[in-house]
Structures are given as C-alpha cells and as structure tokens.
Ligand binder design. Sequence first.
Ligand code: ATP
Length: 442
Amino acid sequence: MAAPDLMERIVNLCKRRGLIFPSSEIYGGFRSTWDYGPIGVLLKRNVKDQWWRSMVQLRSDVVGLDAAILMAPRVWEASGHLETFTDPLVDCRACKLRFRADDLAPSGACPNCGARGTLTDARPFHLMFKTFVGPVEDEASVAYLRPETAQGIFVNYLNVQTTMRRRPPFGIAQIGKSFRNEITPGNFVFRTREFEQMEMEYFVPPEEAGRWFEYWVQERFRWYRDLGIPEDLLRVRSHEPDELSHYSAATADVEFAYPWGWGELEGIANRTDFDLRRHAEYSGQDLSYYDQEHDRRYVPYVIEPAAGADRATLAFLLAAYREEEAPTADGRTEKRTVLRLDARLAPIKVAVLPLSRNERLVPVADELAATLRPHFMIDTDSAGSIGRRYRRQDEIGTPLCVTVDFETLDDKAVTVRDRDTMAQQRVPVAELVEHLRGRLGG
Ligand code: ATP
C-alpha cells in the first residue's frame, strides 16, 4: 500500500474505532495533541505492560520507580538541559512559519511556501516547558515539565541503591509522561509535545559499559521483534560522533520503517558517568559506589534504553495493519481490514457475540461474558449482522470471538473464531476459559 494511504488509513481507523482521537476535538483540535480512546488506552497500556514485564518483572537486576514530573530546577542545571536542550530553529520571512533547521532540504527553499532566500539563520530554541510553582509568578518559582523521565531516576539513584541493597550492574526502570516544546510536531503520535517514555537506566562498573551497551541494543531490538514487528521493518542505526548528545559516548537507535521512512523508536545510549557526576557536583552528595570486593570506589556508568510508548504503539499498529480479501458466508469474497496484533498487545482479547439479538441468546451471552471478564479483557456486541461484528473485532485486532447460537442453548458449547485464519471451532462452555487461555498464550 502506498505510504501516505497507509498512514491515512491508520489515522482513520484509530478515530473510527475508538483508538486515538484528536485532542479537544469539539474545539477544533489542539496543536498535534492526541487522546487515547477506550480501545487505544488498552493497546498502549498493553505496550507499557509488556515493556514493564520484560524490563522489571522478568529480571532480577532491575527495579521500578515512578518519580514526579515536576522536579527541583537545579536538576535541569545539573543535567545540562537548561544549557543545551535546544533544537536549531529557522524562520521563513515570507510565510512566517518556523522549522527545525535539521529538517530542511539542501536546496534551502522554504518547505512550506517554497520561497528561496527567505529563511533566517538557525538559532537555538529551548524545548523545555516552563511553568510556575505556587501563587507567585516570579523567577524564584520557575519550574519545568520534565523533558525526559531519566533525571527522576538519577536523582533517586542513591535512595534506590541503598534501600534495595543493589550493587552494579543493576537498573531502574520508569514509565511516564515527558514534555518537549517540539518546533514541528507531526506524523500523528510519532512526534508530539506531550508523550510517554519507557526508560531504564542501567548502572554498571565503568569498564563494563561497552559490553552492556551492546547487550541492551540486542535486547531491545529483540523485544520489538518478539512482539510481532517483522525484522525487515526494524533496524539498528549507530549515531555518528557529531550526532551524539552532550552526555553520550555511544548511541544506537532502534528504528522502524514508518510510512514516511526510517524513524527512531528507541535510543540506547552509553551516558557514561556524566549524570551521576553532575548530580554529585550540583547536590553535594556523594553518588559514588564502594566496591567492597575489589576495594575500590567508582561512579557507575549508565546504559540507557529510552523508548517511546506512543511511537511503539504506532509502530505495532502499522506493522499489524492488513487489508485482505475474505470469504463471506454466502460464498462471495469481501474486503476485510484486520490488525494482526500479537495477542499480548490486543486491546480486547475475546469478544462475546450472540448470533443475533434474540431474547433467548442475549442473556446467555451476557452471562458468559460475565464469567470470562475476570480472566480476559472482554467486549460484547449484539448490534448488526454477525459478519459485520466479526469485521469490527478484526479491525481492532481481537484475536478470538466467541459466538453464542441456538445450539448453545442445547449443547452448552460455543463457536470460537480465530481472527487470522477465520477458522471456527466448537468448544464446550465448561472448557472455555482453559481453551481461550491456551490459544491466547502469555
Ligand atoms: P527525535 O530525534 O525523534 O526527536 P530523540 O532522540 O530526541 O528523538 P530521545 O531523547 O532519545 O529522543 O527520547 C527517547 C524516546 O522517546 C524516543 O526514541 C521516542 O520514542 C520518544 N520520544 C522523544 N521525543 C518524542 C516526541 N516528541 N513525541 C513522541 N515520542 C518521543
């Protein structure tokens, strides 16, 4: 499918099926901000849960954290963000629009109006959102919305290390909102000013940093692949030395083939001991680690896999989207749209559908749905033809549909329909939970 078409179809599907809505839509929307609807919030939550499961639950060496978005302004002095967290901004004198200098074509023409020679020189534009804390709006009450979750981890390094009795190598993982006043947000939820990050800071002895960097690049690539993104839509790109952030000794991005080209999903950086050293210097606290075994003291190096929950959600949606010809009950074929999401990510795991709105079927389906709800995320739907209801579930990626028909009333069995193969199987209600669990895995 042509790239712009695919993007448009995804945006439409997200709107139509309750995944993602334009924010403040009844007021005409608000500057590239988006709201996750009832289906989208489940999808994004599953993405975050899978990240947490692989980064925290399944590991003995990583613990979690949930730090505040507002932090002492000194944090941003120490981290270097106040000084250097800028993008190069260029104005067009003709159309008055603003652009990121690194987004411009080599021709030097304005990307909006096409005029030549109208762009100003680039100047640094600060990306942190500034606000005031408390009732007085003066310099002393300035605070910033965090532009990354990482600093909440660094300032809690000592708390976590001592209370959890950890020694390097160990990691601290966190999921939460970050804010950047991006000059040019766009491409749906790929680049927004408010977004969610999934970051983990992995503290290691300095001489082990190179090895752990390679390890985390491989691990993180594997995570996307194991959750269903085909390998040909993924690649690892190492940063050139002139691309590296102020704190980084090495960075590699896991990139996804978005419809408009390769784009970053996640960055893995060797942040060295930059952050802990700076926070030690600015706070006056000793953040070094005493390695008893080797009788030495060092400031740990940090390997950081930093992912975006919104970009990952979009990538999973794009990779799962299919339009297919499907046979109908009366022997014709019709187009169906299906999200072939990994069952672990699917917003709804099982849809319970009475064959029709018949008054004998609906209560049985309702009762069945109630018994399944404690086990799985369930949807029910009785409106319209069964074929259309299957299509609707296909469109949101529901792996299994359970249909209650007239035979159910006699044989106490239901039909289980598979999203991908559309194959149907008769299963006794008494065995249904086990059957569904087996099919959904995870
Ligand atoms: P980019 O180069 O695309 O601006 P970045 O290199 O500045 O991204 P990082 O600082 O490495 O991004 O942030 C880690 C992750 O957070 C990114 O890989 C991305 O998934 C996510 N992220 C960063 N900025 C945004 C944004 N404006 N909107 C959505 N997600 C974002």
